[in-house]
Design a protein around this ligand. Structure first.
Ligand code: ZN
Length: 147
């Protein structure tokens, strides 16, 4: 069984946390803007710090998104490393999930792929002409004698 590695899980959660912090930082710009509304004594300083926080917030959201993507799909799976084989490996847990669902659905519908082809067909040899006939046939296909 191939599972998503601990490193990737950690990267996913770290990315999530960065996104949340980014949103909070970005959001705080507007919150403090509302709180200090009408207070123009320190307007210039306030605007500067708001811009800085907005930029930091956006950067945190972007970086968090990238790290979370790597955690979810792996370095190759997220396109960070160009390696198709590794990408398939990284995405394999997801592909298996999908494959498992399809198999369950088929089982549910009582469809068994490949059945029949693996079944053995028993043949009977005609005592008269040696021709092989299917198990359930009563007369020889070749000479017409009863089997
Ligand atoms: Zn025959």
């Amino acid at each position: 069984m191939k599972e998503i590695s601990e490193e990737r899980k950690t990267a996913y959660y770290v990315g999530m946390i960065l996104i949340v912090i980014g949103f909070l930082t970005f959001g705080s710009v507007f919150v403090s803007g509302v709180i200090h509304f009408g207070d123009f004594t320190n307007f210039e300083n306030q605007t500067k710090s708001s811009e800085t926080r907005a930029i930091i917030g956006i950067v945190l959201i972007l970086v968090g998104g990238i790290i979370r993507g790597i955690g979810a799909r792996g370095a190759a799976g997220s396109g960070l490393v160009l390696d198709p084989k590794k990408a398939r490996e990284d995405l394999e847990p997801f592909a298996r999930m999908g494959g498992g669902m399809i198999k369950d659905a088929l089982d549910e519908a009582d469809i068994h792929l490949g059945k029949g082809s693996s079944e053995k067909v028993i043949m009977i040899k005609c005592r008269n002409c040696q021709k092989l006939n299917e198990e359930n046939s009563k007369f020889c296909q070749e000479c017409g004698k009863p089997l």
